[in-house]
Design a binder for this molecule. Structure first.
Ligand SMILES: *[C@@H]1O[C@H](CO)[C@@H](O)[C@H](O)[C@H]1NC(C)=O
Ligand SMILES: *[C@@H]1O[C@H](CO)[C@@H](O)[C@H](O)[C@H]1NC(C)=O
Ligand SMILES: *[C@@H]1O[C@H](CO)[C@@H](O)[C@H](O)[C@H]1NC(C)=O
Ligand SMILES: *[C@@H]1O[C@H](CO)[C@@H](O)[C@H](O)[C@H]1NC(C)=O
Ligand SMILES: *[C@@H]1O[C@H](CO)[C@@H](O)[C@H](O)[C@H]1NC(C)=O
Ligand SMILES: *[C@@H]1O[C@H](CO)[C@@H](O)[C@H](O)[C@H]1NC(C)=O
Ligand SMILES: *[C@@H]1O[C@H](CO)[C@@H](O)[C@H](O)[C@H]1NC(C)=O
Ligand SMILES: *[C@@H]1O[C@H](CO)[C@@H](O)[C@H](O)[C@H]1NC(C)=O
Length: 312
């Protein structure tokens, strides 16, 4: 009897801890009552606000602004944030209020792209930490960190022995997002990299190129979504198969991470002591993408069964 009771208590404690971490998702209204605008006192307003918050994976930011007066963009790099460069934002929302779910660990940078709003202080940098507890919340496919791809891997960039299939195969199991970089490795003077249109790609028309890069290694950062085409201008190289077509998706859209070559840089191993469960046993929570309420409901039901059992 005593062992059964003891076991039940342990289960209860563990489940209570799980429940607590499962419901920990928070909504942060950026700037609180100030909302999202050019702050009267300059950038310090959002710096101060951010310093008072703790951001955890799964939390939601609400940018409360008036459509037409403001917008909100997420930029990739600290440099873009510091210089207020909104050339290729990872995410842009022009309708307010706008929600943004923090889906992975790391730094996030938001600015307003309008006029001089950002230089005047309408900018927010935050640091997101891993969710505490053993059950990471079911988040939508996280936008991953940028990846550098070496085209063809060890093959490099040349006329592939097996023909065009080589680069098609290479690209087929990869996901390309805005911010990724392609590196073309070749021997100077024997190949080049031509950025071309779809029709020039299809007809191997090397007279019409958008750009030609002649120095190896040639690095191209993908700054726009859509299809991108590359060939070589040396005679017959393209027709013999030195051609690459890729499809770039926006980083903030939920493209399922089909591959594992590109793990997110931050893995959520950190536990914040504030609400980490003390009895974190080898519990395998249901690997579910079920909505939060479903998960919570499950634990609540389970909990009441245990309680009923305990007091019988
Ligand atoms: C957004 O701002 C409006 C106007 O200031 C206010 O009425 C509303 O409550 C705010 N919404 C949130 C979620 O704070
Ligand atoms: C802004 O960023 C883009 C690439 O994202 C870059 O090409 C451009 O030079 C940058 N502009 C400034 C002013 O730094
Ligand atoms: C944004 O988040 C708030 C708070 O979680 C929620 O009430 C609202 O419905 C969300 N809006 C959208 C458009 O998802
Ligand atoms: C985020 O945290 C890292 C490491 O703790 C730190 O180096 C970085 O400055 C922080 N970034 C921001 C925007 O606070
Ligand atoms: C490219 O230009 C050369 C010489 O100007 C010409 O002979 C050739 O037909 C052109 N190729 C295409 C595909 O237009
Ligand atoms: C190709 O030429 C550039 C410029 O001359 C040089 O910087 C680079 O190292 C060369 N690359 C190779 C692989 O030789
Ligand atoms: C690229 O992606 C878009 C949107 O997902 C799709 O419509 C298009 O067919 C894709 N192109 C190729 C070549 O796969
Ligand atoms: C892509 O395919 C190649 C060759 O089949 C394989 O070596 C590589 O591991 C694959 N990459 C991923 C991310 O699946």
């Amino acid at each position: 009897m005593a062992t059964r009771l003891g076991l039940a208590v342990v289960i209860l404690v563990v489940l209570a801890a799980l429940l607590q971490t499962t419901v920990a998702q928070k909504t942060h209204v950026v700037g609180d009552n100030l909302g999202w605008l050019v702050p009267p006192g300059g950038p310090v307003a959002y710096t101060t606000w951010a310093a008072m918050q703790t951001f955890t994976v799964g939390d939601i930011l609400v940018f409360n602004f008036t459509t037409g007066n403001q917008d909100v963009a997420r930029v990739l790099t600290k440099e873009a944030f510091d210089t207020c460069n909104s050339t290729s934002p990872m995410w842009l929302e022009t309708t307010g209020p706008a929600n943004f779910t923090l889906s992975s660990v790391g730094e996030y940078y938001f600015i307003c792209t309008m006029d001089r709003h950002c230089p005047l202080g309408q900018k927010l940098a935050i640091n997101v930490t891993g969710s505490s507890g053993p059950a990471p919340p079911p988040v939508p496919a996280p936008p991953r960190a940028p990846v550098t791809y070496v085209v063809g891997d060890k093959l490099g960039w040349l006329v592939p022995p097996g023909g065009a299939i080589a680069y098609a195969t290479w690209a087929s199991n990869k996901t390309f997002i805005v911010g990724d970089t392609l590196v073309f490795d070749f021997v100077n003077g024997t190949q080049d990299v031509a950025v071309v249109t779809k029709s020039a790609y299809k007809t191997c028309d090397t007279n019409n190129t958008i750009t030609v890069l002649t120095n190896s290694p040639a690095k191209i950062t993908l700054t726009t979504t859509g299809e991108h085409y590359f060939t070589c201008t040396y005679p017959r190289h393209c027709t013999l198969g030195q051609q690459l077509a890729i499809n770039v998706t926006a980083s903030s859209t939920a493209t399922p991470p089909s591959s594992s070559t590109t793990p997110p840089t931050g893995t959520t191993t950190a536990s914040s002591p504030a609400n980490a469960p003390t009895a974190g046993g080898p519990i395998s929570p249901p690997a579910s993408s079920a909505p939060f309420r479903g998960v919570v409901g499950f634990y609540v039901t389970f909990l009441s069964i245990v309680v009923a059992f305990l007091f019988n």
